[in-house]
Design a protein around this ligand. Structure first.
Ligand code: SAM
Length: 281
């Protein structure tokens, strides 16, 4: 890509592929997104990747205050000019993947995070935000439809996997609606969808060690077509799985989050016991 791409919109900015720039231009879809967010005056709204302000504008009109995190420095002056008359508009220039969202929390008020996200950062960004789940009231993201289906998938479906389990451990996940490529400029090659993720104030299931849960789920899905006794044999024996009431002949994609937490807790306990036996504290 040229360092000085030709402009393709009225602001003189050319959409950059490497920043995943597909700008929303469809007023009907923008209206539906804002309705789904339902912004309120005292909300602490944060938008990731405001671009040229398609969603930013109605959010600012609704609440008068908004923090945005934008990586493309060429967009910053466009945003500053467009929203100069909103004193509550704060731009943070930088990478959302490295951004410390806790700095935006004021008086303990949790964040409402919004973004039409670049596809290449969507999964790492969701994991980054889940690690701060206690700071977040809710998240509304436009993502590749396929990713939203994986986030919201239920056990027993082909979309169900590591992303579904780890997200649903922390959040309620809802696919709100699908958006076709024609609503963007330039149009992406695939369908998109809006997802709402609402972190639980109190987790319905609590693993002893979430790192262990992540490890168990990663191992389990390393070979989707094998049985759980095979994929997990490095961590736990078939007999131990049976003692937990787990059918060892099942494939990883049919086990529920509750069953993964049960296995993870047992593996944590086995590891603790082995460390004690070996004199490691
Ligand atoms: N919100 C705008 C809209 O709906 O038209 C733009 C959406 S566009 C799909 C993604 C936006 O995220 C772009 O403005 C892009 O520059 C920005 N972006 C890309 N990578 C980013 C990152 N790591 N951190 C923050 N913003 C990023």
């Amino acid at each position: 890509m040229s360092r000085h791409p030709k402009p393709n919109n009225m602001h003189g900015h050319k959409a950059r592929k490497r920043f995943g720039q597909n700008f929303l231009h469809d007023p009907y879809v923008i209206g539906k997104i804002v309705d789904a967010i339902y912004p309120k005056d005292d909300d602490c709204l944060v938008e990731i990747g405001p671009g040229m302000g398609a969603i930013t504008e109605p959010l600012l009109e609704a609440t008068g205050k908004l923090n945005v995190v934008e990586l493309d420095r060429d967009l910053i002056p466009i945003l500053r000019t467009k929203f100069f008359n909103y004193p509550g508009f704060q731009i943070h220039e930088g990478d959302a993947l490295k951004f410390d969202f806790s700095q935006l929390v004021n008086d303990g008020q949790r964040l409402r995070i919004i973004g039409n996200l670049p596809y290449n950062i969507s999964t790492p960004l969701i994991f980054h935000l889940l690690s701060h789940h206690t700071l977040v009231q809710d998240m509304h993201f436009m993502l590749q439809k396929e990713v939203v289906e994986r986030l919201a998938a239920r056990p027993g479906t082909s979309d169900y996997g590591r992303l579904s389990i780890m997200t649903q451990y922390y959040c309620k996940v809802e696919l709100l609606f699908v958006v076709g490529p024609g609503s963007f400029n330039p149009p992406p090659k695939v369908d998109s969808a809006i997802v709402r993720m609402t972190p639980y104030k109190e987790l319905p299931l609590v693993a002893k060690d979430t790192k262990m849960l992540q490890r168990v789920v990663r191992e389990a899905f390393s070979m989707r077509r094998k049985t759980i006794r095979n994929t997990l044999k490095k961590l736990i024996s078939a007999e131990q799985l049976q003692a937990l009431g787990i059918d060892t002949q099942l494939r990883p994609e049919v086990l529920t989050l509750e069953e993964y937490v049960r296995i993870s807790d047992a593996v944590s306990q086995l590891t603790e016991q082995a460390e004690k036996d070996n004199g490691i504290e």
